[in-house]
Design a protein around this ligand. Structure first.
Ligand code: UTP
Length: 303
């Protein structure tokens, strides 16, 4: 089976504290916050399924059981909706449970993205030589970049990451790749990665995005790195270690859009963007936004 698809398992780390969304995330996992009406993690699950993954391996933590519950079948609710003539809604409810096989693995303490991915290593089968990692709070649009990344791994081997070309004045908010060109302008060899450099020191304008196609060797590298800032194990440190050991790492530069659902400002943009593109909500929201932006601010509601 592995020969016919570049990876079988897509790991989705979802065990973080979601502190930027407190107090909501006291009880509601941030991965379940809706974009219009669909949780971000369901959008990402659909992307993984479309790229050929057979299984979504969600890294969860105590208190975040609602994430796996979202993907469980709800036959009673579906039957009720159908009985009430709401076939479209029944389809929406059914979608998550039919997209892809779901399994979970626990991360008992939020010790960083690298640690979360490391928790998934033992759940892979012996013949899985590569794995995808998708961050559920990072929407990479349109979908399809994982297919490009799989082509690059098939050609060069090793691991393949996703990059965005961002304006230099914004680069210090990101992890940044130090790269060398290949013949393809959208595929680069990665020499190193730098976390949040100043605009002058940044080795490129290619910023990391939350999509990874990792060789299985990453799990061994994750055991050999030391915790960084805040005692967290960083996934990028494990990738950097592999680079120093001669492991090929490339990036695919994605020339599309991106939304960061992980903080309120990025989430608001994603929500508005999806709403504006929606035929039933878009036109009225557009009209309201036009009026709202032209307004002089007197009597602002909700302030
Ligand atoms: P983030 O840093 O965006 O999520 O990690 P967070 O830590 O939950 O959020 P803040 O910073 O406190 O607001 C990216 C993804 O990695 C997961 C998160 O759940 C999120 O989906 N993650 C992060 C883990 O699974 N475990 C961790 O220890 C850290």
């Amino acid at each position: 089976m592995q020969a016919s698809r570049p990876f079988r398992t897509a790991i989705v780390p979802a065990a973080g504290l979601g502190t930027r969304f407190l107090p909501t995330t006291k009880t509601v996992p941030k991965e379940l916050l809706p974009v219009i009406d669909t949780p971000g993690i369901e959008i990402v699950a659909a992307e993984a399924a479309e790229a050929g993954a057979a299984r979504l391996l969600i890294v969860t933590s105590p208190g975040k059981d609602a994430i796996a519950a979202h993907f469980a079948p709800q036959p009673d609710l579906v039957a009720t909706l159908i009985a009430r003539g709401k076939k479209d809604l029944a389809e929406k409810v059914r979608r998550a449970s039919e997209l892809i096989e779901i399994s979970t693995v626990a991360q008992d303490e939020p010790r960083g993205l690298g640690h979360a991915v490391g928790c998934a290593g033992d759940a892979l089968e012996a013949d899985e030589d590569a794995v995808a990692v998708l961050l559920p709070d990072d929407l990479v649009l349109p979908s399809g970049v994982l297919n490009r990344m799989a082509e690059v791994r098939a050609r060069y081997g090793g691991s393949v990451l996703c990059a965005f070309d961002v304006p230099r004045e914004q680069i210090s908010a990101y992890g940044v790749f130090d790269v060398e060109d290949t013949a393809d302008p959208d595929v680069k060899v990665v020499r190193d990665m730098v976390e949040k450099p100043s605009a002058e020191d940044a080795p490129s304008t290619f910023a990391t995005a939350g999509r990874y196609l990792l060789d299985r060797q990453i799990f061994d590298a994750l055991k050999r790195i030391s915790p960084g800032a805040g005692g967290e194990l960083q996934l990028t440190d494990a990738v950097a270690l592999l680079i120093t050991e001669g492991h090929p790492v490339h990036v695919v530069v994605h020339r599309g859009g991106r939304h960061d659902l992980g903080n309120p400002a990025g989430y608001a943009r994603a929500y508005v963007d999806f709403m504006l593109a929606d035929p039933s909500y878009g036109p009225t929201l557009h009209e309201w936004l036009r009026e709202r932006l032209a307004w002089n601010g007197e009597g602002i509601r909700g302030a």
